[in-house]
Design a protein around this ligand. Structure first.
Ligand code: FAD
Length: 379
């Protein structure tokens, strides 16, 4: 890596997405990131490339074109069949050194969170983790700040240059990577002015997936890259892959999420059962606040919020959840929010489309009966 010079941004071109697959199945976050990369690449006037690592994965490459990839680079090697940090970091860094993209995006999944920092350190560049918003175009970025920040207008208007090593640096072409900071009380926009590529992990479920376009998928160019992974590159060996016995809940893809909070503490078992029944009537899944997960009442894959999952379902039901800023960060973009809380000044009511002030143990059974009756009369 010592010969890799990455201090001249002009040498780097293109927006890349690390396209995560598991056992030959593309992870949904790859499609979301390709869709977002398309917007950024159009602002920069460059190509979108997917980077697909695995063994015998060529068959799933072109689908990425349907969401906006112009090209997919494939690193196909038996050493890449199952994810290991060593093998994936080697293949990805080699590809970056060879092709020099200016931006590389990763999903903030378990694999993305493991791989991205290793690659950023090896390539000697910056990484912004857990982003919730990305921009290149300055006018679009400034509008985002006008709509979402408390910065005064004159500060926003003057935001085009920053000082780097005492000298003016234009951020016009830099990726502006925005993420929550200080427990979600602040949003921080970060640029990586001196090194390339700019790297970022993006929370699954945050970026909207584009409409699939078959013609674009057909037109997508697929190119294999040479993979050079030797025994000296591998410090770990996968002996066995053991799948979790329990299916993890698919919160990000659900159209209805019924979440429970600490308000179920009076009778946890009944509270969860009521949420499950309501979710089943509405055709949804059950989520939870962090208080519920931290108490060990539900597993972490159910957690919605800043350190959990970001969801934007058609209907989000919050049962006994106060509406702390860190919880809202994960659900406030839901289409319709229904909140049940016995405290009429709970902050969750500020984002709710429908608020019911009452004891969830009394309200939810009534909701279940009402929804059942309504669906039965429609049928
Ligand atoms: C860095 C950081 C990251 C975090 N990330 C997350 C995250 O990802 N997700 C998350 O959820 N939180 C997160 N938190 C925690 C967050 O700040 C809150 O502590 C948490 O969301 C509170 O959960 P809750 O609303 O279930 O509990 P509480 O705040 O205790 O609220 C319980 C609510 O239930 C109501 N209630 C009680 N009994 C009943 C009843 N019988 N019927 C109806 N209502 C009732 C109460 O009025 C109250 O409003 C994070 C915090 C930090 C500092």
């Amino acid at each position: 890596m010592s010969e890799f010079v990455n201090t001249n941004p002009a040498d780097f071109k293109g927006v890349w997405v690390f396209c995560e697959q598991r056992q030959g199945k593309m992870m949904p976050t790859s499609f979301e990131l390709i869709s977002e990369a398309r917007k950024l690449a159009d602002e920069l006037g460059v190509e979108v490339c997917g980077l697909l690592l695995g063994s015998n994965v060529e068959g799933i490459a072109k689908e990425l074109g349907g969401y906006g990839a112009d090209k997919v680079y494939i690193c196909d090697d038996p050493a890449l069949e199952t994810y290991t940090t060593d093998a994936y970091a080697k293949a990805l860094c080699d590809a970056v050194v060879e092709k020099k993209p200016e931006i590389v995006l990763f999903g903030a999944t378990n694999i993305g969170r493991d791989l991205a920092p290793r690659c950023a350190a090896r390539l000697h560049t910056g990484l912004t983790a857990d982003c919730t918003h990305l921009d290149v175009d300055m006018d679009i970025y400034k509008q985002f700040l006008r709509d979402n920040s408390t910065l005064p207008a004159e500060r926003i208007d003057g935001l085009s240059k920053i000082k780097v090593n005492g000298e003016d640096h234009s951020v016009e072409r830099d990726l502006k990577m925005t993420r929550p900071a200080f427990g979600g009380h602040l949003m921080a926009s970060i640029v990586c002015p001196r090194f390339r590529p700019c790297m970022s992990t993006v929370r699954p479920g945050v970026m909207k997936r584009a409409e699939f376009d078959q013609a674009k998928a057909d037109a997508c160019v697929v190119e294999k890259l040479a993979v050079k992974i030797g025994p000296e590159d591998l410090h770990t060996q996968v002996l066995e892959v053991v799948k979790a016995a329990k299916e993890l809940v698919d919160l990000t893809g659900a159209s209805v999420v019924v979440s429970v909070g600490r308000g179920i503490s009076k009778d946890v078992e009944t509270g969860i059962k009521l949420a499950e029944e309501l979710a089943s009537v509405l055709g949804g899944v059950v989520g939870a606040s962090r208080a519920v997960v931290d108490s060990g009442w539900m597993t972490a894959d159910h957690q919605v919020g800043q350190t959990g999952k970001t969801v934007h379902p058609h209907i989000y039901v919050a049962l006994g959840i106060s509406g702390a800023i860190q919880h809202l960060a994960g659900m406030q973009d839901s289409e319709y929010i229904i909140a049940v809380n016995k405290n009429d000044s709970a902050p969750v009511f500020e984002v709710a489309d429908w608020g019911i002030c009452g004891d969830l143990f009394k309200v939810v059974p009534m909701l279940i009966e009402e929804f059942k009756a309504a669906f039965a009369s429609k049928a």
